[in-house]
Write a protein that binds this ligand. Sequence first.
Ligand code: ATP
Length: 674
Amino acid sequence: MAEQKENLQMEKIVSLCKRRGFIFQSSEIYGGINGFWDYGPLGAELKRNVKELWWHTMTRQRDDVAGLEATIIMSPQIWKASGHVDTFADLMRECPLTKKRVRADQVEPQSGIVYSYTGANSTLTDNEIVNFRADLKNVLANLQGDDNVKTLAMAAEDLLYGPLNVGKIRSYLQEWQDKWVGSPSLIKYLEEFAGKHEGHYSSDSFAVLIPTGKPPESAQKIAQEFYRQQRVRNPELLGEEKKKVDNSIDFHPESGVGLTEARPFNLMFKTYVGPVESEDNVAYLRPETAQAIFAQFKNVLETSRQKVPFGIGQIGKAFRNEVTPRNYTFRSREFEQMELEFFIKPDEAVEAIHGSVATVPETGHPGEPQPNWGWQAWHQYWVEERVRFYEGIGLARETLGFHRQTAEELAHYARACVDILFKFPFSKKDEQGNVAGDELEGIAARSDFDLSQHQRFSGKPMGVFDDELRAAWAKLPKEKQDDLWRRFYENRKKYLTKMARPDETPEQIQKQATEDANGLAKGQYIPHVIEPSAGVDRLILALIANAYSEATTTDAKGKSETIFTMKFHPRVAPIKVGVLPLLKNKPDLVKKAIEVRDLLRPWMNVYYDDGGSIGKRYARQDEAGTPFCVTIDFDTLGEKPELLDTVTIRYRDDGRQERLKISELRDFLLSKIR
Ligand code: ATP
């Protein structure tokens, strides 16, 4: 029941999004395209606001972050280095009948009766047998020849009785063919028939789950369809067995057919650069924006006059050929990401400079960045900064969830990863009824893996020179130097061993790790990175789900009406203010209202509306999520002289109204929406 209610909630949200122009299905007039979504007038504004806020918070308002805007298609070498070509895959299982795939970890458990078969034989249909026999009788009746031919023809009469299949005709042909020299019409007929009705035998096993109580014929029908696809004619099912199963994850949720073993399926969209579609020209649509940041790390470092620790932020499209796009825009095939790569010193460098690395609790904001922060403090800092960002646009902490990846879940190079979740209406409940939520953003501590990979693949140095480190190192006692050197060496050796090419020997790896550790002693290292990576579309969906509210009112006549309000935070609301003249047919009111609109327009998205009753116009703005409406009435024109040049401002969430001077309006609204 609870699930039904949640689906209903999503249905309502989807319908409102379409009705009010937040989100449309891409290519809808052609029936849509799965996993692609368009943003309508209100959605486009909402999305723009969210991206602007991210950009503003993450780059412009900080001294230590610079921006980047890179291309979607990049050298395919980037995706080799990042591991996406070889490992960016989901484990998939396929329905052998419909060829539909499901992610191996997302198969819904099912119960029922499983019918399984060991294979199938080709058979003839009853009609085909009747027609065959009538024709054969004709052929035999017209057969002419000596006694020998007659004997053989009598043998062929055996085909007129008992069970018949192509195999039986073939064995007759094999036995008598050479002897029937004088009766070509019979041979020709049998050969032609066998050739035309030949089928295949299949020894592929097949299983299908049907709900308890459904007749076995429905399973047999599905199995026959499967074997027909294997070119088995009119399949006769072999070795049927049936078994009851509970909560099995081995059957396709739609067809009920037993799934294949899990196989990896690469999620990158492929294309070709240039006119020749050859392997040499293959390129990929980027599956994440992050890699461009790593590839341009040196250019940004050199041109922005930044020093580690510093970050590079980017917003842009990403593409993943998701096998099962679902939950509206949550899992799309084309989406946008807002990613920051924040480069930090390795802990050994921090320790060399500051004597020790600051320890921070695993939760809570660690405060303003400090020079002695290691990766743990930076990671915790970014988790909390990101939560503050979400709170600042209206997602209260209790609507969020957190998932700290376990050692098994972490990528081999990652030190930690915390996912920030949002409790969507479709998010699953655990046995106690608690909702953890689904991922909005992941904040990963990725060590020096990414830049190291690009250094190895491009042959271009990705390290930095740190004067402070070099100076500090020289002053360290020998034991401290040895200790730090050894720890750094071990980390580099671990990475180099894990990512070694087949032709690299342990000696070469040790030599490289030694060089890297010697480099540290001279003030050189490859920066480590903390990566807060958020999805724009998921955030838009979270904001919409969070804002959605409905209330049903019943008037004196007993007529009830449901009113929808999108309670967006003013910072993200697509329209900031509705400007409404009380009456459309009073030129003075309209003139003043247009003056107010034009006063506000350079500063915010204003919607001028003079159509319909004032109540209807408020309701329209409530549905669009407009936090404020200003009404220009006769008092604005000075009917009550003390109210001249004032307007009524109405607040969306509680319907409260107050009077404000037009001259104060802009600053008042700006204070609310910024
Ligand atoms: P998931 O486990 O849900 O597939 P992920 O861990 O693969 O996500 P990342 O590679 O960390 O996701 O991408 C960073 C962010 O990009 C995610 O937190 C999410 O907000 C967004 N994102 C990833 N895949 C999609 C998608 N298919 N549709 C919409 N947003 C996505």
